[in-house]
Ligand binder design. Structure first.
Ligand code: COA
Ligand code: AMP
Length: 630
C-alpha cells in the first residue's frame, strides 16, 4: 500500500484507522470507541481504555522474549562511558525506582519534575513515573533556575528527580545549586528531591528533603504497572510561546502509545529489534517521543548519547556511534549537521566508519536547508528526510513515510501530511488559499492521537492560542504553502517564537528579561539568520532618559541577565543600544522589517510606519555588530 492509499484510508474512516493501529498496543481494557468529542474544539482519544505506558515500553517485551535485547545503549563521549541496558535490566531498574517513588508517597496523578542530562536514569525516571501513573515533566538542563522555578509553580510537583550535574564541553554544569535556587524562588515546594550523584561532581544534600537516587531504592518493594485511563496525562512538557510563561503541553497516555508505535514502521521504516537513534535531548519533545517512548514501545534499541555533534571529540562522533551500535534510522537536527559540515566539509570522517547499517536519516526541529540536506545525502548515501512537527503534536505532521512508500524528495519541503492531519493553508479570512500561495498553516480538528488535548491548567490559553484564529482548525503558528502535489513548505513562524540551534525560544520571554533591567526603557528582541544555528537572538535597547552609563556596560548586564534567568541555551549574546524603536502609528514594533534589515534582505517601507528615519538608525546599529550587510 502506498502513501495515498493509506492517507485516503485514514480520511475515509479516521476512527477505524486509529482503532486498527491500536491493536498493536497491550490494553488492560481495550478501546471500544476511538474519539470523544468534548465540544468547543476539545477532543480525546481512547478515553475509555485502561493501559500502562511502562508495560508497553518495557515489561511486554520481556514477556515476549526480548529480555536479553538491548533496550538502551548509553554512549557518553563526555564521560568516556558506554553501557548497555537490556529490556530485562530496564524492567528491574524502573520497577525499583517506581517502588521507591511510591514508598516516598508519589501516587497516580502526582507530578514529578525530571531535571537531568542525557543519562539512562532520565529515561528510567520517565518510565518509573508512567509505571505508577505519576505525570512527569522533564525540564531541559540548559535552562536557568528561574525557568525551572516557573515550571515548579505551574506543575506543582510532589517530587523532583535530578542529577548532581551535567557535562558540557569544557565545563561541569552543577544542577543542584540551580535546583536549590529554583525551589527557593518558587512558591510551591516539592516534598522530595531524588538526586542522582554522578562521579564527575557530588552534590550537597538537604536533610529531610533530598534522597539519593539509588539509596532510596534499597529494600523497597518493586512497583507493578498501574493501569490508568487512556486520557490520563503521561506527561507535561513546557514549550515556548509568545510570553515568558511557557505553555504546558499535555500528552495523554493512550494516544501517545498508539500514534508513536504507528510512526516507527510507517515513517521511520524500522522493525522491532533494530537500533534507532535520535540525537536530541530528553528535555525536548524529540527526546520524549523518539529517545524514550517510541523506540521502546516498538521494541527497538534506543541510544542515549551524551555529547555534541562536534568537539566530543570530533566531527566524526555521529558516524562512530552509528557504526559502532548498528543504527538503522538516525534522527537529528539540521543545525547539528551544519556543525559537522563546517568542521568536515568534505565528509572525510564518514569514510572512517562502516556505515552500511544505516538505512535513512531524519531531520526536524527547524527548516532543513537544501545545502545541508544534499551534503548529508551525498556523504551518507541514504535517503535524508525532512519532517515537520512541534512539541504540541508530539509526532510528525508532515513527512516522507519511508516505511510505506518513499515519496520523491523535493528540497525545501518536509513532504506531505501524515494520516491524522488534514493540513490547510489559510488566508486571513480563514479560507484555504490556492496552491503555491502563502498562508497560515492550520490542521483541521480533531488532531490525531498523541497530540495535545489541551494545556496544563490553562484551557482558556489553549483555546486562545490554538483554536480561536481559525474556527474548526488548530493553528500551528507556522506560515507556508502547499504545492500542486500536496507537498508542504514551512517558511516562518507567525508569532514571536524563534528557533536557535533547533531549540524553540520566545523572544517575548527575552524581552521580559531585558525590560526588567533598571536602565532599559524599552526593548525588542528579534531572531536574525545564522548560518550555524538557523537563528540567533539580537536585542535592541532604548535606555532611560538621563541614563549616562556606557552602552556596552548595560549590554553586558542584559546578556548576563538572560543567561541567568532563561539559561545559556537562549544563546543571547548580542544587543545594541538605539534611541528609538521603529513602530507603526498604532505603536506596534516592526520586528519583521528589523529582521529583514539585519539579514541584509530587500525590504519594503511599511505603509503604517510612524517615522521612516528610525529604520536607517536600526541598520547602522546592526552594522556595528556585524549584521545588516547587503
Ligand atoms: N545543560 C547546560 N547547558 C547547556 C545544555 C545543557 N543541557 N545544552 C546547551 N547548553 C549551553 C551550552 O553549553 C552553550 O553554552 P555557552 O554559551 O557557555 O557556550 C549554550 O547552552 C548554547 O548551547 P548550544 O545551543 O548547544 O550551542 P553550542 O554552540 O554549544 O552547539 C550545536 C551548537 C549546533 C552543536 C548544538 O546546538 C546542537 O547540537 N544542536 C542540536 C540541537 C538538537 O538536537 N535539538 C533538538 C531538536 S531535534
Ligand atoms: P518544537 O516545538 O521545539 O519542536 O518547535 C516546533 C517548530 O519548529 C515548528 O512550529 C516549526 O516552526 C519548526 N520546525 C520544526 N520542524 C521543522 C521542519 N522540518 N521544517 C521547518 N520548520 C520546522
Amino acid at each position: 500500500m502506498g502513501y495515498q492509499t493509506i492517507y485516503n484510508a485514514w480520511k475515509a474512516d479516521p476512527e477505524g484507522f486509529w482503532l486498527n493501529a491500536a491493536e498493536a498496543i497491550d490494553w488492560v481494557e481495550a478501546p471500544q470507541q476511538a474519539l470523544t468529542d468534548k465540544g468547543d474544539g476539545l477532543y480525546e482519544w481512547f478515553a475509555d481504555t485502561k493501559v500502562n505506558t511502562c508495560w508497553n515500553a518495557v515489561d511486554r517485551h520481556v514477556e515476549a522474549g526480548r529480555g536479553a535485547q538491548a533496550a538502551i545503549i548509553y554512549d557518553s563521549p563526555v564521560t568516556d562511558t558506554k553501557e548497555t541496558i537490556t529490556y530485562a535490566d530496564l524492567k528491574t531498574r524502573v520497577a525499583n525506582l517506581a517502588g521507591a517513588l511510591r514508598a516516598q508517597g508519589v501516587e497516580k496523578g502526582d507530578r514529578v519534575i525530571i531535571y537531568m542530562p542525557m543519562v539512562p536514569q532520565a529515561l528510567e525516571a520517565m518510565l518509573a513515573c508512567g509505571r505508577i501513573g505519576a505525570i512527569h515533566s522533564v525540564v531541559f538542563g540548559g535552562f536557568a533556575a528561574n525557568e525551572l522555578a516557573v515550571r515548579i509553580d505551574d506543575a506543582t510537583p510532589k517530587a523532583i528527580i535530578a542529577a548532581s550535574c551535567g557535562i558540557e564541553p569544557g565545563r561541569i554544569v552543577e544542577y543542584k545549586p540551580l535546583l536549590d535556587a529554583a525551589i527557593e524562588a518558587s512558591t510551591h515546594k516539592p516534598e522530595l528531591c531524588v538526586i542522582l550523584q554522578r562521579e564527575q561532581h557530588r552534590a550537597d544534600m538537604i536533610d529531610g528533603r533530598d534522597v539519593d537516587y539509588y539509596g532510596c531504592q534499597d529494600g523497597v518493594e518493586p512497583a507493578d504497572c498501574l493501569p490508568v485511563e487512556g486520557n490520563h496525562p503521561s506527561y507535561i512538557l513546557y514549550t515556548s510561546g509568545t510570553t515568558g510563561q511557557p505553555k504546558g503541553v499535555i500528552r495523554h497516555t493512550a494516544g501517545q502509545l498508539v500514534a508513536l508505535n504507528w510512526t516507527m514502521q510507517a515513517i521511520y521504516n524500522i522493525k522491532p529489534g533494530e537500533v534507532f537513534w535520535a540525537a536530541s535531548d530528553v528535555g525536548w519533545v524529540v527526546g520524549h517521543s523518539y529517545i524514550c517512548y517510541a523506540p521502546l514501545i516498538h521494541g527497538n534499541t534506543t541510544i542515549v548519547f551524551e555529547g555534541k555533534p562536534v568537539g566530543t571529540p570530533d566531527a566524526g562522533t555521529f558516524w562512530r556511534v552509528i557504526s559502532e551500535h548498528n543504527v538503522t534510522s538516525f534522527f537529528t537536527a539540521p543545525t547539528a549537521l551544519r556543525a559537522v559540515k563546517r568542521e568536515d566539509p568534505e565528509g572525510t570522517m564518514v569514510k572512517d566508519y562502516d556505515m552500511s547499517c544505516l538505512g535513512q536519516v531524519y531531520l526536524a526541529g527547524e527548516r532543513a536547508d537544501p545545502d545541508t540536506l544534499e551534503w548529508a545525502q551525498h556523504h551518507l548515501k541514504v535517503p535524508v528526510i525532512d519532517h515537520w512537527w512541534q512539541t504540541e503534536t508530539g509526532w510528525a505532521i508532515a513527512a516522507n513515510p519511508l516505511g510505506v512508500e518513499e515519496l520523491p524528495i523535493k528540497l525545501g519541503s518536509p513532504a506531505k501530511a501524515m494520516p491524522g492531519y488534514q493540513v490547510d493553508i489559510l488566508g486571513d479570512d480563514g479560507h484555504p488559499v490556492a496552491d503555491g500561495e502563502l498562508g497560515a498553516i492550520a490542521v483541521k480538528l480533531p488532531l490525531p492521537p498523541g497530540t495535545l488535548p489541551t494545556l496544563w491548567n490553562a484551557e482558556a490559553r489553549f483555546k486562545s492560542s490554538y483554536l480561536e484564529a481559525f474556527p474548526g482548525y488548530y493553528e500551528t503558528g507556522d506560515a507556508g504553502m502547499k504545492d500542486e502535489d500536496g507537498y508542504l513548505y514551512i517558511m516562518a513562524r507567525t508569532d514571536d517564537v524563534i528557533n536557535v540551534a533547533g531549540h524553540r525560544l520566545s523572544t517575548g520571554g527575552m524581552e521580559e528579561v531585558l525590560a526588567a533591567h533598571k536602565d532599559v526603557a524599552e526593548c525588542a528582541v528579534i531572531g536574525v539568520s545564522d548560518s550555524l544555528k538557523g537563528q540567533m537572538p539580537v536585542g535592541f535597547l532604548c535606555l532611560n532618559a538621563g541614563c549616562d552609563r556606557a552602552p556596552e556596560d548595560v549590554i553586558k548586564e542584559v546578556v548576563a541577565d538572560v543567561r541567568n534567568q532563561i539559561g545559556p541555551v537562549a544563546a543571547f549574546k548580542k544587543a545594541v543600544v538605539v534611541d528609538r524603536l521603529p513602530k507603526t502609528r498604532s505603536g506596534k514594533i516592526l520586528r519583521g522589517t528589523m529582521v529583514s534589515i539585519a539579514d541584509g534582505k530587500e525590504w519594503k517601507m511599511p505603509a503604517t510606519i510612524d517615522d521612516p528615519a528610525i529604520l536607517d538608525e536600526i541598520g547602522e546599529a546592526l552594522k556595528t555588530i556585524g549584521y545588516a550587510q547587503t
